[in-house]
Design a protein. Sequence first.
Lengths: 118, 116
Amino acid sequence: GAGVSQSPSNKVTEKGKDVELRCDPISGHTALYWYRQRLGQGLEFLIYFQGNSAPDKSGLPSDRFSAERTGESVSTLTIQRTQQEDSAVYLCASSLGAGISPLNTEAFFGQGTRLTVV
Amino acid sequence: AQSVTQLDSQVPVFEEAPVELRCNYSSSVSVYLFWYVQYPNQGLQLLLKYLSGSTLVKGINGFEAEFNKSQTSFHLRKPSVHISDTAEYFCAVRRRVNTGFQKLVFGTGTRLLVSP
């Protein structure tokens, strides 16, 4: 696609429910990143994919969070048993690759999914 | 661990005045540096990036930044701001390793408020 697409754009869920957030990266981009942005705060790294594997998942805050990527394309971030502190904007980004070429350095961001846990 | 510090959480400025948004990073190893802008209710957009070469980098919308290795800084500047520059600005760093790049690490952001 023309840009990184995230769905839904907004999600309100009840505490304890599971949610699934989707990211469609730019076609041909092999690297994909998930970040969390809490209100008034910076971007917090969650997980990074190169192809379908996740070399760095160090930012996932708990075992309630998981992510997968299939076909070197779409990725889903799943949050189980949501808590109020999970309320945030979840941003996805993709880049051409993760190798040392300067072409791989720029990450393109989607508009995010605003998650509200009530 | 790599970290990025943006000391100013908010910078108010009048229209047509110059502005500098400060960014310092922790690592002295090979890094790539970025500034992203986030307009209200929108995603992040790349303003400019430093990969190598000239330490003065020019970006979109009249912004520029200077890489200073000795001070580990990458401050963003604009000589004359517009109302439309009101947004959140994020500095980010990516450390280069032999196998590629580590993840982008972001600062906490600086909100630029431009008033008439």
